[in-house]
Design a protein around this ligand. Structure first.
Ligand code: PMP
Length: 408
């Protein structure tokens, strides 16, 4: 496949964008929640379901060998994509949430003790709060929370106050799913590492909009989900530095994660299988590898310019609507916009927009502490992907204005 350099060509790969919803060609602005899939991904998944299907790693037969090759090929694909040093640093998971639970249980379970803390920020997704809360409860540790300012920007000026000796883990979002701002993650890695504290980056949104190089970021762990990156649902990646992963106990026990098993004692498989118990979603993982191939077939220059143009157009248009407040403004803004409109419930707006063929998200967006920090009970979010167009934004803005009028 040659490089994709224009929008019409790009959209041709996504049949979902041609759907008619409520009598209108869909305007899909809920990409922060999940993205649509290109044909190469659905074809590979279908081909595997139709026959390139044998359980991986276990059998000597040809179908098992072909599935294993696609699965391990996807691991190598992911390794290159994020510039990890070794393929065994790539653990396939069912998504960011699963990866964070693995880390909280395994890493947190081993290294957190009574009186220790886990440092988060106020702008985390529930997936990066609740697993830590659960392990803290078990281990007698607690959460520490670095605040954000009125614009949603990290109060990084306070970092030294938060990186106290009791902090044993820092776990923060690369890009918040509400604010759409690229956080100063290299800076927090550097500050934490000076004190010997490992850093986890929740890259569920970051992997989609930033070029991620885990070695350049210097993070100890990086997590993302395949379905937000044009890949299948139920797929994801936990990247971890080899030495750290080797020093962690397994999370789930079962087939494929063992070396030898007796009733007296089990020894575990080497990385990465130690963390991949049971039959993994091998078809999904191969599909995620294909999605990565696809994103890399889109010209980087086109992508950068296009996302910048979409962001500018949305900010300008939203800025003209009376009573509308955007949460998360500043440099490094991706095309993801959470906002409120004075006197109007976001769910009412989202429902009216749906009737007009526009898909947006409303509510707490799995970030209740952040939404409450802004004094809100919910927000509306429009999150765009590389396949969205300027015409769709025009239609969205006009429809939003119409909906606001109907509700005031
Ligand atoms: N973290 C962030 C920043 C997210 O945006 C999301 C998904 N909305 C998650 C974690 C959880 O991802 P998943 O539901 O795919 O596990």
């Amino acid at each position: 496949m040659g490089l994709i350099r224009n929008l019409n060509e790009l959209r041709e790969h996504f049949p979902a964008l041609k759907q008619v919803i409520n009598g209108r060609k869909i305007v899909y602005f809920d990409n922060g929640a999940t993205t649509q899939k290109p044909l190469c991904v659905t074809s590979l998944v279908n081909m595997m379901n139709e026959g390139i299907n044998g359980n991986i790693h276990r059998a000597v037969h040809e179908l098992s060998a072909r599935s294993t090759e696609l699965y391990e090929g996807a691991r190598e694909r992911v390794r290159k994509f994020i510039n990890a040093q070794y393929p065994e640093e790539i653990i396939f998971t069912s998504g960011t949430t699963a990866g964070l639970n693995l880390l909280a249980s395994s890493f947190g379970g081993k290294f957190l003790n009574e009186g220790d803390s886990v440092l988060l920020t106020e702008a985390e997704h529930h997936s990066n709060i609740v697993p830590w809360q659960m392990v803290c409860e078990r281990r007698g540790a607690k959460l520490k929370v670095m605040p954000v300012d009125e614009d949603g920007i990290w109060r990084f000026d306070l970092i030294e106050r938060y990186l106290t000796p009791d902090v044993k883990i820092v776990s923060v979002a690369h890009i918040s799913n509400v604010l759409g701002l690229v956080n100063p993650v290299e800076e927090i890695v550097s500050a934490a590492h000076k004190k010997g504290i490992p850093v986890i980056l929740d890259g569920a949104q970051g992997i989609v909009h930033e070029k991620v190089d885990v070695r350049k970021l210097g993070c100890d762990f990086y997590l993302f989900s395949g379905h937000k990156l044009y890949g299948p649902t139920g797929t994801g990646v936990l990247y971890g530095k080899k030495a750290l992963l080797e020093n962690m106990p397994p999370w789930l026990g079962g087939g494929d994660m063992v070396d030898t098993v007796t009733f007296e004692k089990t020894t575990y498989a080497a990385l990465p299988l130690k963390f991949e118990a049971g039959t993994p979603n091998f078809i999904g993982a191969a599909g995620m590898g294909e999605a990565i191939n696809f994103t890399e077939s889109v010209s980087e220059e086109f992508l950068r310019n296009h996302e910048k143009a979409l962001t500018g157009q949305m900010l300008e248009g939203l800025g003209k609507i009376d009573g509308l407040r955007i949460y998360g403004t500043g440099k490094g803004k991706i095309p993801l916009f959470s906002f409120s409109v004075e006197g109007i419930h976001p769910t009412d707006l989202a429902m009216l927009l749906d009737k007009m063929g526009i898909a947006v998200r409303s509510g707490m967006m799995c970030a209740e502490p952040l939404i409450r920090r802004f004094g809100c009970h919910g927000l509306l979010r429009a999150s765009l992907a590389m396949y969205n167009t300027s015409e769709e934004i025009d239609y969205f803005l006009k429809s939003l204005q119409r909906a606001v009028k109907m509700l005031t």
